[in-house]
Design a protein around this ligand. Structure first.
Ligand code: NAD
Length: 290
């Protein structure tokens, strides 16, 4: 099967490499250049999609996705699948799906969780929105690039699931970090704090699987001087998408809003840029209430 892969950055390149290893014919396009074994390089997105049964996009944001979609949809074969794996706003995902389906294509939005490590290991989770036919066509590809794919509903449902999940993640990481800083100030040993919370009602993925305290719990970016992992600015991107969606849907999300304000400050005014999102712990550690 011929597949076009557009956007071969930190996530796209290892995802495409796994498809090549599984025997798919991949033609790639990225304005930054494509230097990947087994991937045929196209000079434009338009050239990449010629004859492709599936076009996968893995792009930075909704504006870029919409402009790429505008360019390639008219050139795609009828019945082909437009499979967007980027994290973008729900509105862009729905617009692109509508454009694609009205042009006789199938469309699925399928953002991922699992980061660069999951992309390299083929263990991503895909959350997908679109028709059952589109999902069925994408499923064998999800199985190569990931370990789990959930069909969440119609167009945009994948993006909706992704930003709700990541809003929870931003909020629980902030809460976990501030609780560690409070525990420090109360003279509680961090290992004891972990032993109790990780097996009590305060447990979460942030505490149990990605503990923000160095030397405590499983190995995490905290053990590597908070080098990402999942960079604070990517967390901020997803939190902003959650608040944009909440505004559009008139949903009250005060905790998500607070986490967005906190990460904005951390990334834009403090030293959060380029650090893991769990580096909120040293930030809280060094502050008082004032
Ligand atoms: P990246 O910046 O490394 O890659 C994006 C690629 O898109 C770049 O190589 C860039 O050159 C290319 N690009 C830009 N404009 C383009 C265009 N017009 N046509 C074709 N290619 C173009 O970003 P990434 O980390 O690979 O993330 C990609 C998407 O995955 C984002 O939406 C991100 O939010 C999401 N995501 C990232 C992670 C992560 O841990 N990095 C985890 C989950 C989801």
């Amino acid at each position: 099967m011929n597949i076009a892969f557009i956007g071969l950055g930190n996530m796209g390149a290892p995802m495409a490499a796994n498809l090549v290893a599984a025997g798919y014919n991949i033609t790639g396009f990225d304005p930054a250049g494509v230097a990947m074994d087994g991937v045929a390089e196209a000079n434009t997105a338009l050239a990449a999609v010629a004859g492709a049964k599936v076009v996968i996009t893995m792009l930075p944001n909704g504006d870029i996705l919409r402009s790429v979609a505008q360019e390639i949809i008219p050139a795609m074969d009828t019945g082909a699948l437009f499979l967007d794996c980027s994290t973008v706003d729900v509105e862009s995902a729905r617009q692109v799906a509508e454009h694609a389906t009205s042009a006789g294509l199938l469309a699925v939005d399928a953002p991922v969780s699992g980061g660069i490590g999951g992309a390299a290991q083929g263990s991503l989770t895909f959350m997908a929105g679109g028709s059952a036919r589109g999902f069925a066509l994408a499923k064998p590809l999800f199985d190569v690039m990931g370990q789990k794919a959930v069909h969440c509903g119609d167009a945009g449902a994948g993006q909706a699931a992704k930003i709700c999940n990541n809003m929870i993640l931003g909020v629980t990481m902030a809460a976990t970090c501030e609780a560690f800083a409070l525990a420090d100030k109360l003279g509680l040993d961090r290992q004891k704090m972990f032993d109790v919370v990780s097996t009590s009602s305060g447990y979460s993925w942030s505490m149990n699987a990605y503990c923000p305290a160095p030397g405590v719990g499983p190995t995490s970016p905290a053990d590597n001087d908070y080098s990402p992992g999942f960079a604070a600015e990517l967390m901020l991107k997803d939190l902003r998408l959650s608040q944009q969606a909440a505004e559009g849907a008139d949903a009250d999300t005060p905790m998500g809003q607070l986490a967005t304000t906190l990460y904005t400050q951390f990334v834009e005014d403090e030293d959060g840029l380029g650090r893991d999102f769990s580096a909120l712990l040293p930030r809280f550690e060094n502050r008082g209430r004032g």
